[in-house]
Design a protein around this ligand. Structure first.
Ligand SMILES: Cc1ncc(COP(=O)(O)O)c(C=O)c1O
Length: 378
């Protein structure tokens, strides 16, 4: 081959590059992955966002300035420290984590849910949770080739302990996730039921306390007294959803194993620096959470007094509401008024005609109630 011929053969596409990306992806990506849609985050630039249990308030200006200063000093040319000792100490103090329990950090608690399943489940092993509950328990199981078993709640959305114990005996789950308070229903599972589940479980029980800031109930003090209990938390619901930080606590034996599947440097240096500053002003987060918690009962009462509504008891910063005129109808009418809530109508039979509404600021809650009054009044 002449020099010219070999040059032409180099620059001309080989047969393999003429195949379309769609064809190769079709043949390569897992069938179950191709069958689903990616998680769509809803960015709202105009309107009232009550669909993701975020804190309605931003951080105070002085605190933002302090964060900006700390972040400006971060060595962005260096990989971050995976678990800086000062930050671990701050977290222990801020969230009453027992001294002997270890911590594992996650890029949001979603990542930790993923890592728990990854480290524990062989293909086909069972991950179990009451249902309906947080959708990522199911997704993380499936993405990691585990089998998800959802145990239906009772029709009043309370935990069906007998059904849970039966399912545990039948499926021998490697991991049981208990979200307390439960998303999207808002309920808490009775203490004795949780004890029975901890006792019956052959593997891990992860109590996901994403909404713990809005209730007095926590299993954190007992995290070391059960050999199979881990407590999972996120800072997303107490004002830091943009930071992407969650933590898992439990016996050091568990943390040592789970840490092996954590991607290196999963928490970036900017997050670590910002978090350390925020935790030195933890009262700000507590005050924000207390305001939402105080607003919950009056909002629930006001919603319940509207025509054709059923409001479920919630221990979180959100309320699940059933609308007799139809969840889709109310969802569309609210969206048309630029009030964005989460529609669970078609998601699970027990959630028929239900919308999940985050508790907003005083003004947002007032606008929401006025809009619903308008939509629901005959
Ligand atoms: C029960 C529960 N756990 C975990 C998460 C994930 O939180 P993040 O990934 O923001 O930490 C959520 C988010 O909605 C949740 O409802």
């Amino acid at each position: 081959m002449s020099f010219r011929e070999s040059f032409v053969s180099l620059v001309q596409p080989s047969p393999s590059t003429t195949r379309s990306a769609a064809a190769v992806a079709q043949a390569t990506v897992r069938d179950d992955v191709r069958a689903i849609a990616a998680y769509a985050s809803h960015v709202c630039t105009d309107g009232i966002k009550l669909d993701a249990m975020e804190c309605p308030e931003g951080l105070p200006e002085a605190l933002r300035a302090e964060i900006a200063h700390a972040v400006s000093r971060v060595a962005l040319n260096r990989y971050p420290d995976s678990a800086p000792a000062t930050l671990v100490a701050q977290l222990r103090e801020a969230f009453a984590i027992p001294a002997q329990a270890d911590l594992l950090f996650g890029n949001g608690s979603d990542e930790l849910i993923h890592l728990i399943v990854q480290a524990t489940c062989e293909p086909g092993d069972v991950v179990l949770s009451p249902s309906p509950s947080f959708v990522y328990f199911d997704m993380a199981a499936r993405f990691n080739h585990a089998r998800f078993v959802g145990v239906s709640l009772a029709t009043d959305l309370s935990l069906d302990l007998d059904a849970m114990l039966e399912a545990i005996a039948a499926h021998q789950p490697k991991v049981i996730f208990l979200a307390m308070p439960n998303n999207p229903t808002g309920g808490l599972w009775p203490e004795q039921s949780v004890r029975a589940i901890l006792k019956a479980a052959p593997g891990l029980v992860v109590i996901d306390e994403a909404y713990q800031a809005f209730t007095d109930v926590t299993w954190m003090p007992e995290v070391l007294t059960h050999p199979n209990l881990l407590v999972l938390r996120t800072l997303s619901k107490i004002g830091l959803a943009g930071l992407r930080f969650g933590y898992l606590t439990g016996d050091p034996v568990w943390m040592k194993e789970l840490n092996k599947v954590r991607p290196p440097y999963n928490i970036d240096a900017v997050t670590l620096a910002a978090l350390s500053v925020v935790l030195s002003h933890k009262a700000v987060l507590d005050e924000q959470a207390a305001r939402l918690r105080d607003a919950r009962a009056p909002l629930a009462l006001a919603l319940a007094s509207l025509p054709g509504t059923t409001v479920f008891e919630s221990a979180g910063n959100f309320l699940l509401v059933r609308f007799a005129i139809g969840g889709d109808t109310v969802f569309q009418a609210l969206s048309a008024r630029k009030i964005f809530v989460r529609n669970f109508s078609g998601v699970h039979p027990l959630l028929a005609n239900c919308l999940r509404i985050s508790i907003g600021s005083t003004e947002e809650n007032t606008v929401l109630l006025a809009a619903l009054n308008d939509i629901l009044s005959p």
